[in-house]
Design a protein around this ligand. Structure first.
Ligand code: ADP
Length: 540
C-alpha cells in the first residue's frame, strides 16, 4: 500500500476540496453571526501559516490561542499545526497565576487571543517572557498597554499556498493542560497520528456517529480537552459547524440551534441544564436537534428524561479526559440492551459506556491487582491505547504508566458483564465511610432530580467514628425554599441507608470550575470549620 502519513493538515485539505461549500457559522466577537465555508477556512488558515512562518515560528514551536469557539480560532488552529507548530489552547477562565504558569511551562511564542482577553493579557504578559507576539482574533485590536496586531490585517493579502505537512505523523500537534484540581496543571501533548486516529474512532456509529449531513453545534470550548476531537472529526466528514463564541447562555444557544438547523451537539451537563431551564421558561422547542453527547462530568438522569420526553432528543453519555484525547467510552446500546424499553435502557445510558476500538480498559485495586467486571466491584480505572497519554509534557509527574502500560485515570469505576463502564467517583472525591466507599456522584445525581434543586454536590466530611460521612450541598432554583428533611425524604429508598447524607446544607451558589464542573476543592474550603451533627448512638 502507499505511504500516507496521518497528519492532521490533510483533514482540512480534504474538507476544503470535497466539502468546500459546507458552512462554518460563528457568533463573532464583533456580535453578528457570520458565515464562511471549509474552503474559506482553509484559505485563511494557509494565510495564518504564512504569517506564522514570517514571525519565525518553526516546527515544534508552541503557538498559543486564548479564545472561544470561532472561525478565526479554527483557522489559527490549522494554520499552526499545518506547518508543524504545536497548537496550545489556553483556557481564559483559569486564574491569571495558573495561566502564567502554563504559558511559561509550555514556552508559548505567539499568542492569538480574543479581544475580550485584553485586560487579562495586560496583567499576565509582563510575567510571560517567551510570548513575543500577540495577535487579536478580531477585525480591530483593542487598545492595550502592550504591542499587539489585529488578525484581519495580519493575514490580509498573504498568499494562500503555504505548503503543509511533510513531517512525521508522530510529530506533536496540540498541547492542552488539565485544569489541575490537584497540584500544578500538567500538559498533555497530542500527536498528529494520535489525533487523526482519535477522530476516526469517534466518528464510528457507536461513538459520535457524525456525517456530512450533520450540523454540529460545538459547545465544548476549543480550549478544553482537545474540543472532544471535533476540530478534526467535523472536517473529516464535512459536517456543518456552528461555533457559539462566548455566548453560552440558554437563549443564545437555542437561537443558534433553531436558526442553523443543528442536528447534533456536545457539551457538559451544566450547559444542558441551562438550556433546559431556558426552554421551560420560554416554552421553546427544539425542532432539528436529534442527539447530544454529554460528558465531562456525570450526566444526571433528569437531563436524559427531559430531553427525550419533552424535546425528542437522544442523550448519549460519554467519558474521557484530557489525557485520553479525550473520548474513550460512549454509552450506546449493546445488542442485548437495544431491544429493551427506554426505562430498561436508562440504567445503561446513565453509565459512562462501552469502550471505543483501539483501546483497552482494566480495573485494579490499590495494589494494582485486576478486579472482576461484575458491575459491582469498584476499582481504579486504567486505560491503554494510541490515543492515551504515555506521560505529561516535559515529564512532569514522572512515570504514569503501570507495568502493563496502562494509564491511571484517577477515576474509580465498575465495569459490568455487558462491558459498560460506570464512574463511581474521582479517586479523590470518593467518600470513605467505615472502610466502605460511597459514590458522591450517585448521590448528587439523585438529589439534583429534586424539583427544587438547581445544583447539588456531595462531599465527604471528617467524622469521629466513620472516618468520613457525606454532606449534601444544595443550590435551590431561584425563588425556591426547602428544608433539610425534604431532601432526605427524597433520597430515602433511592440509595443505601448508609449512603444517606448526615447533613443537608443550602448554599447560594455551588461553585463551578473553569470547565463548568462542580469545584469540590472550593466547596471543601468553604466548609472549613464546619462540624457534622454527630449522634454517637445512631446506627447505620
Ligand atoms: P479536568 O481533569 O481538568 O477536570 P478533564 O476534562 O480532563 O479535565 O476531566 C476528566 C475527568 O472528568 C475524568 O477523569 C472524570 O473524572 C470526569 N468525567 C468525564 N466525563 C465524565 C462522565 N461522563 N461522567 C463522570 N465523570 C466524567
Amino acid at each position: 500500500m502507499q505511504d500516507w502519513s496521518l497528519t492532521l493538515d490533510k483533514l482540512l485539505d480534504h474538507a476544503a476540496r470535497w466539502h468546500g461549500g459546507r458552512e462554518i457559522v460563528t457568533r463573532s466577537v464583533e456580535g453578528p453571526v457570520v458565515r464562511s465555508t471549509y474552503a474559506d477556512i482553509h484559505r485563511r488558515a494557509k494565510q495564518v501559516s504564512h504569517a506564522l512562518l514570517e514571525a519565525g515560528v518553526k516546527p515544534g514551536d508552541r503557538v498559543a490561542t486564548m479564545g472561544w469557539n470561532s472561525d478565526r480560532h479554527l483557522e489559527a488552529w490549522y494554520g499552526a499545526i499545518g506547518i508543524g507548530a504545536v497548537l496550545h489552547t489556553l483556557n481564559p477562565r483559569l486564574f491569571p497565576e495558573q495561566i502564567v504558569y502554563i504559558a511559561n511551562h509550555a514556552g508559548d511564542e505567539v499568542l492569538l487571543a480574543d479581544p475580550a482577553c485584553a485586560p487579562l493579557l495586560a496583567e499576565i504578559l509582563p510575567q510571560c517572557p517567551t510570548i513575543r507576539q500577540v495577535v487579536f482574533l478580531s477585525e480591530a485590536a483593542p487598545p492595550t498597554p502592550f504591542p499587539a496586531l489585529a488578525y484581519e490585517a495580519w493575514i490580509a493579502g498573504r498568499p494562500a499556498d503555504t505548503p503543509w505537512g511533510g513531517f512525521d505523523e508522530n510529530a506533536a500537534a496540540g498541547l492542552c493542560y488539565t485544569s489541575g484540581t490537584t497540584g500544578n496543571p500538567k500538559g498533555v501533548l497530542y500527536g498528529h497520528r494520535s489525533n487523526y486516529l482519535h477522530a476516526m474512532m469517534t466518528l464510528q456509529p457507536d461513538a459520535l456517529n457524525l456525517s456530512a449531513r450533520d450540523t454540529v453545534l460545538l459547545i465544548v470550548p476549543m480550549y478544553h480537552a482537545n474540543a472532544w476531537g471535533v476540530m478534526y472529526s467535523a472536517p473529516m466528514v464535512g459536517a456543518k459547524l456552528v461555533l457559539p463564541g462566548q455566548k453560552l447562555d440558554g437563549a443564545s444557544l437555542h437561537e443558534l440551534i433553531e436558526a442553523e438547523g443543528v442536528t447534533y451537539s456536545a457539551g457538559v451537563p451544566t450547559i444542558w441544564q441551562m438550556l433546559l431551564a431556558h426552554l421551560k421558561a420560554t416554552k421553546g422547542k427544539l425542532t432539528t436537534l436529534q442527539r447530544v453527547t454529554v460528558g465531562g462530568s456525570a450526566c444526571p438522569e433528569s437531563i436524559f428524561r427531559t430531553l427525550r420526553d419533552d424535546y425528542g432528543v437522544d442523550v448519549i453519555h460519554g467519558w474521557g479526559m484530557t489525557e485520553t484525547s479525550p473520548l474513550a467510552t460512549v454509552s450506546v446500546p449493546s445488542p442485548a440492551i437495544a431491544g429493551r424499553s427506554f426505562e430498561d435502557q436508562l440504567p445503561y445510558k446513565l453509565k459512562q459506556g462501552r469502550l471505543l476500538c483501539n483501546l483497552d480498559l482494566k480495573l485494579v485495586d490499590d495494589a494494582g491487582r485486576r478486579l472482576p467486571h461484575d458491575g459491582r466491584t469498584f476499582g481504579r480505572l486504567m486505560i491503554k491505547g494510541p490515543t492515551i497519554a504515555s506521560g505529561y509534557f516535559r515529564a512532569e509527574g514522572g512515570e504514569v504508566l503501570d507495568d502493563e502500560g496502562f494509564f491511571d485515570t484517577g477515576d474509580v469505576s465498575t465495569i459490568d458483564a455487558e462491558g459498560y463502564m460506570q464512574i463511581t467517583d474521582r479517586a479523590k472525591d470518593v467518600i470513605k465511610s467505615g472502610g466502605e466507599w460511597i459514590s458522591s456522584i450517585d448521590v448528587e445525581n439523585i438529589a439534583v432530580a429534586h424539583p427544587k434543586a438547581a445544583l447539588c454536590a456531595v462531599i465527604g466530611v471528617v467524622h469521629p467514628k466513620w472516618d468520613e460521612r457525606p454532606v449534601l450541598l444544595v443550590q435551590l432554583k431561584p425563588g425556591e425554599q426547602a428544608g433539610k428533611q425534604e431532601f432526605l425524604d427524597f433520597l430515602d429508598g433511592k440509595i443505601a441507608r448508609w449512603w444517606m447524607p448526615d447533613d443537608v446544607l443550602f448554599v447560594d451558589e455551588i461553585p463551578l470550575g473553569a470547565t463548568g464542573k462542580i469545584d469540590k476543592k472550593r466547596l471543601r474550603e468553604g466548609l472549613t470549620g464546619y462540624e457534622l451533627p454527630f449522634d454517637p448512638n445512631l446506627r447505620r
